[in-house]
Ligand binder design. Sequence first.
Ligand code: SF4
Length: 417
Amino acid sequence: MRLEQALRSGRHLSTADPTEAELLIVNTCGFIDASKDESISVIRDLDSSRRKGQQLYVVGCLTEIAEAEVRATIPNVDATFGAEQWDAVAASVGPASANFDIPQPEFTNIKQPSAYLKISDGCDRPCTFCIIPTIKGAMHSDTVSRLIAEAKAHARDGTRELVLVAQDSTAYGEDQGDREGLATLLEQLSEAVPDLPWIRLMYAYPGRVTRLLAETMARLPNVVPYLDMPLQHASPSVLRRMKRPTVNKSRESINHIRKAIPDVVLRSTFIVGFPGETDSEFEELLTFIEEQRFDHIGAFTYSAQKGTPAATLLEQVPEAVKIERYGRLMELAQSISHDQNREMIGQEMKVLVESAEPTTSADGSPVVIGRTYRDAPEVDGLAFVKGEFKPGSMVDVRVEGALPYDLLCSPLDFHKP
Ligand code: SF4
């Protein structure tokens, strides 16, 4: 969004259709090998399909840490920029020659059911596997007034869900000396956009979900009972090597949020195959997952990031072992997710419709795709709803079926004449 704002000030407009664009910009991620591969594959695809005269820029974390690699892999890229260099990108593009005025909304006029709100950037944590603090630098919080203005702009545009993101959302305000800054921000956002029904919190840090934060989330009507808290591991010795908070800190945060919101939906992320991870350390992780029964789990196999302390550890786990452990962890995660979804059958809830057009079910009837509050965009499951509804609609449904990650739903009035 910041990039779009910078380009708009030069009277450039964005388009969702790459074939219409004069300039293609790929904002990359270099956090782990999978995101690097995905970034490279998108750049390759755009490069091979672009028409003559269409420029291709690559920006973001990957070019920050591996510009030479990007250029060697895709030599035709026209320009590269590091993370957050939005003004430099806009300056390089220059003003548009178009002889017309482009409306300059304060933030955006893109209609979208769900939008991300980045509340801070950078990270001060010492995780030994992570290159982000090196790329992004120290954590800096955005101002409450700017975030409220952005949230209001989204609400005006019809956005129904705001997803709060950061490298570490629970650090919000710490750079200003306020260790409960996130609770205050949630309170102010909730009040500023009372008609925006879902505010969702991602990327909490274990040990930093305080009682006050949990109770604030429980109290605010438009903050959804959902929390994403990447834990990365649960074996005390692996967490020590990762320089992550102890498993007791994780339990403390989970207890705070479950006490304040007993039916909270919890998502977490884990790394398997961290250097030196033994069979028994991996079993400790599985036991912890079984015990906590997270609603959603994401997992990665460890990939060494050049420039991080963990990359120099000698006992790298063989790839085949990582893959086998990943498979076992995801099998467990899937069975828990399926059980949780089965428990939803018969419940009534709201679905936020996201699909632009209905698709068709096996019997040929129309179906739209959306999510309940239990699922975050892009990382969790989906809800399939019978009928035709516009994107951004909040449909009252009854859950009628459960897939491992997704829900099958009917609108409440679906069977009425
Ligand atoms: S908290 Fe997250 S972003 Fe920060 S260093 Fe650890 S893994 Fe990286």
